[in-house]
Design a protein around this ligand. Structure first.
Ligand code: NAP
Ligand code: GCO
Length: 267
C-alpha cells in the first residue's frame, strides 16, 4: 500500500561506487537521509579516508573500501567483504566513471579502452557480483549513472559516449534478464553537473569571461544553469525505493530540460 514509507530506504544496504565526492557522494548522502546504510569504494586509499571523513562530517557512518571497479578480482573480494562485514547489498549505484576529452583521431586505442573499462565494463562486473545476493534476498535495485552522452554525441568524447550509450543498453538488459527476480535496474542521466569532472568546462577565461562551453550549456539548458549533485538526490532515492518497484529499464534524465530543448536563439 502506497505511503510516505514508499520512499524510505530504512533497513537497506546501499553500495555507491566511486563515492568519495561528487555525484556519488551526494547520492549516498541522500540514501542515508532516507534510512539506508552507506557503503562506498574508491580506487585510492587516501580517497576512501577522505570520503569517510566527509561522510563523518555530514554525520554519516559510512563503510569505505578500496577497490578498482575495473578489476573483477578486487570487486569480488570487496563484495564478499561487504556481505561479511555489513550485509547483502540491496541497492547498487554504478557511479564510478572517467572521461577523456580527446579528438577521436588523436585518441589511442588504450585511452579508448580505459574509458570503456571504467564506464561500461565496471558496471557489468559490479552488477554481476551483487545480483546473486539480490536474487537470494528476493529483491534489488541497480541504478546506472548514464549521461546526456547516452543519447547525444559531441566532439572529443567518443569513448565516453560509446560507454554511456552501452550503459543505457546494459541497464535495459539487466532489467530484462533479472526483472523476474524482483530486481529493478534503471539509469539516471544527469545533465551537466558542477563536479570535478566538469571543472575544466567551467574555468573562467584569462580575460575574466566564462568558458565558452559554460556559456553553451547555459544556452542549451532551459533551466539556464548547471546542475548540482544535490539535484540528483531525489531522483536517486525514488529509483532506489519501493516507490519505483514497477519502473524497470528506464533512464531518468535529470538535465534541466537539455534533451527537450533546441537551445536559446542567439539575440
Ligand atoms: P568525478 O567527480 O570525476 O568522480 C568520479 C568518481 O569515480 C571519483 O571518486 C573517482 O575516484 C571514481 N573512480 C574513477 N575510476 C574508478 C575506478 N576504476 N574504480 C573506483 N572508482 C573510480 O565524477 P562525477 O562528476 O561525480 O561523475 C560521477 C558519475 O556521473 C560518472 O559516471 C560520470 O560519468 C557521470 N556523469 C557526470 C556528469 C557531470 O556533469 N558531472 C553528468 C552525467 C554523468 P578517483 O578520484 O580516485 O579517480
Ligand atoms: C562533456 C561532459 C559531459 C558530462 C555528462 C553530461 O565533456 O561533455 O563531461 O559528458 O560529464 O556526461 O551528461
Amino acid at each position: 500500500m502506497f505511503s510516505s514509507d514508499s520512499f524510505s530506504l530504512k533497513g537497506k544496504i546501499a553500495l555507491v561506487t566511486g563515492a568519495s565526492y561528487g555525484i556519488g557522494f551526494a547520492i549516498a548522502t541522500a540514501f542515508e537521509k532516507a534510512g539506508a546504510t552507506i557503503v562506498f569504494n574508491d580506487i585510492k586509499p587516501e580517497l576512501v579516508e577522505k570520503g569517510l571523513a566527509a561522510y563523518a562530517e555530514a554525520g554519516i557512518k559510512a563503510h569505505g573500501y578500496v577497490c578498482d571497479v575495473t578489476s573483477e578480482e578486487q570487486v569480488n573480494q570487496m563484495i564478499a567483504k561487504i556481505e561479511k562485514e555489513v550485509g547483502v547489498i540491496d541497492i547498487l549505484v554504478n557511479n564510478a566513471g572517467i572521461i577523456k576529452r580527446i579528438p577521436m583521431v588523436d585518441m589511442t586505442a588504450a585511452e579508448f579502452r580505459q574509458v570503456i573499462d571504467v564506464d561500461l565494463n565496471a558496471p557489468f562486473i559490479v552488477s554481476k557480483a551483487v545480483i546473486p545476493g539480490m536474487i537470494r534476498k528476493g529483491q534489488g535495485k541497480i541504478i546506472n549513472i548514464c549521461s546526456m552522452m547516452s543519447e547525444l554525441g559531441r566532439e572529443t568524447v567518443s569513448a565516453y559516449a560509446a560507454a554511456k550509450g552501452g550503459l543505457k543498453m546494459l541497464t535495459r538488459n539487466i532489467a530484462s534478464e533479472y526483472g523476474e527476480y524482483n530486481i529493478q535496474c534503471n539509469g539516471i542521466g544527469p545533465g551537466y553537473i558542477a563536479t570535478p569532472q566538469t571543472a575544466p568546462l567551467r574555468e573562467i577565461q584569462p580575460d575574466g569571461t566564462r568558458h565558452p562551453f559554460d556559456q553553451f550549456i547555459i544556452a542549451k539548458t532551459p533551466a539556464a544553469r548547471w546542475g548540482t549533485p544535490e539535484d540528483l538526490m531525489g531522483p536517486a532515492v525514488f529509483l532506489a525505493s519501493p516507490a519505483s518497484d514497477f519502473v524497470n529499464g528506464h533512464v531518468l534524465y535529470v538535465d534541466g530540460g537539455i534533451l527537450a530543448y533546441i537551445g536559446k536563439q542567439p539575440k
